[in-house]
Write a protein that binds this ligand. Structure first.
Ligand SMILES: NC(=O)C[C@H](N)C(=O)O
Length: 337
C-alpha cells in the first residue's frame, strides 16, 4: 500500500488547519466516457490529486494533502487495508492534523467508517465521504461532498462526535449510518438514530451537541498486524446449514448470522451453530437481515445476540472484539449496548 504523501494542492497557508485526504476509490473517483452514465462507469479510476484540484474552494478552508490508499470500487477493500488506514489516520491526527477525510465507495463506506470509529483514538473529526454519481456525470455530487467533508474535518463543532459519513448534504454518525438504496443520492440513513446534522451549502448545522453513541467500545489496533477471519451467513428459507460449519472449518473465528426478523433462524441452522461452537470454538453473533431494529436474543443459547448492529457492522465489531481477546460474556455485553 503506497504511503507517499502526494504534492500539497496549494502553497501552504499557516493560518489554515491541515487535513489529510485518504483516497480509496469508489464512485467519487469514478469515470465514464458518457456524462449521462451513472451506472456503467468505472469506480476508482481518478487519482486523489485530480479530485482535490477539481475543487479549488478547498484551499479556502484547509491545507490538504492527499494519500492514495487504494483506487478501487469499495467492494475490493479488505480488513487489512482498513486496518492500515486506521493506523495511518491515527498517526496523522496525532502529529497535528485537524481532522481526516476518507474518500470511499459508498457500497462499504459504512464498514470502513464504523471500523475507524471504533479504532482511532481521537476527538478530532474523521469524515468519510463518497458520491452516488461518477466524477464525469452531469450533476456529479462528489465535488460538493468533498468540499463539505474537508469543511467538516476543520470544524471545531464537529469534534467528539465519532467518525462521520457525509453525503447528499447529510451528516451521519458512522456508528449508525447505513446505505439504504442502491442508486439514489439520499441513500444514507441512520435508521432510528437519524442524522447528526446537515449542510446548508458549506455550513454544517448540528441538531445536538457532541455526544458518543451509547455503549460504543474502543479497540487499540496500533500493534495489530492481522485481524481474525469473520464470515457472514445470510439466512433464508431452506438454508443449507452446512454453510455454517464450512465457515468454521475454513478458519473463521467468528460467524455473523444475518438472521430473520429479530434474530430467528432455522432449527437446522441453530443445530449447525451449536456444532460449530462445540467443535471449532467459534463465536456466533445473531444479527438481522431486516435493516433495522434490535436482536435481543440468539437462536442458540451459546450464541451472541447482535443488538442494534447490522450484519456488516456486527462483523467488524466481532472481528475487533475477538482480536482484543474478549470472552464470550464480554461479547454478549458489548453487543447488548
Ligand atoms: N457509489 C459508489 O461509490 C458505489 C461503488 N460501487 C463503490 O462502492 O465503490
Amino acid at each position: 500500500i503506497p504511503t507517499k504523501r502526494v504534492e500539497k494542492a496549494v502553497p501552504y497557508n499557516a493560518l489554515l488547519p491541515n487535513v489529510t485526504i485518504y483516497a480509496t476509490g469508489g464512485t467519487i473517483a469514478g469515470s465514464s466516457s458518457s456524462n449521462t452514465d451513472t451506472t456503467g462507469y468505472t469506480a476508482g479510476s481518478i487519482g486523489v490529486q485530480v479530485l482535490i484540484d477539481a475543487v479549488p474552494e478547498i484551499t479556502n478552508v484547509s491545507n490538504v494533502a492527499g494519500i492514495q490508499v487504494a483506487n478501487v470500487g469499495s467492494g475490493q477493500l479488505t480488513p487489512s487495508i482498513i486496518l492500515d488506514l486506521s493506523q495511518k489516520i491515527q498517526k496523522s491526527l496525532d502529529s497535528g492534523d485537524s481532522g481526516a477525510v476518507v474518500t470511499h465507495g459508498t457500497d462499504t463506506i459504512e464498514e470502513t467508517s464504523f471500523f475507524l470509529d471504533l479504532t482511532v483514538n481521537t476527538t478530532k473529526p474523521i469524515v468519510c465521504v463518497g458520491a452516488m454519481r461518477p466524477a464525469t456525470a452531469i450533476s456529479a455530487d462528489g465535488p460538493m461532498n468533498l468540499l463539505q467533508a474537508v469543511t467538516l474535518a476543520t470544524t471545531p463543532k464537529a469534534a467528539a462526535r465519532g467518525a462521520m459519513i457525509i453525503l447528499n448534504d447529510r451528516i451521519g454518525s458512522a456508528f449508525y449510518t447505513t446505505k439504504t438504496h442502491s442508486n439514489a443520492l439520499d441513500t444514507f440513513r441512520g435508521g432510528d438514530a437519524g442524522y447528526l446534522g446537515l449542510f446548508l451549502g458549506t455550513k454544517p448545522k448540528f441538531f445536538f451537541e457532541a455526544s458518543k453513541a451509547t455503549g460504543k467500545p474502543f479497540f487499540d489496533v496500533s500493534k495489530t498486524k492481522e485481524l481474525p477471519k469473520v464470515d457472514i451467513v445470510y439466512a433464508y428459507q431452506g438454508l443449507d446449514p452446512k454453510a455454517i460449519v464450512d465457515a468454521a472449518k475454513n478458519g473463521a473465528k467468528g460467524i455473523v448470522i444475518a438472521a430473520m426478523g429479530a434474530g430467528s433462524f432455522t432449527k437446522e441452522g441453530n443445530a449447525a451453530v451449536e456444532e460449530a461452537v462445540a467443535e471449532y470454538g467459534v463465536q456466533v453473533v445473531y444479527s438481522s437481515r431486516t435493516g433495522g431494529g434490535y436482536v435481543p436474543s440468539a437462536g442458540y443459547a451459546g450464541g451472541v445476540a447482535g443488538g442494534f448492529y447490522n450484519p456488516q457492522k456486527a462483523r467488524y465489531l466481532l472481528m475487533l472484539a475477538i482480536n482484543a481477546g474478549y470472552t464470550h460474556e464480554q461479547l454478549v455485553e458489548v453487543f447488548a449496548q
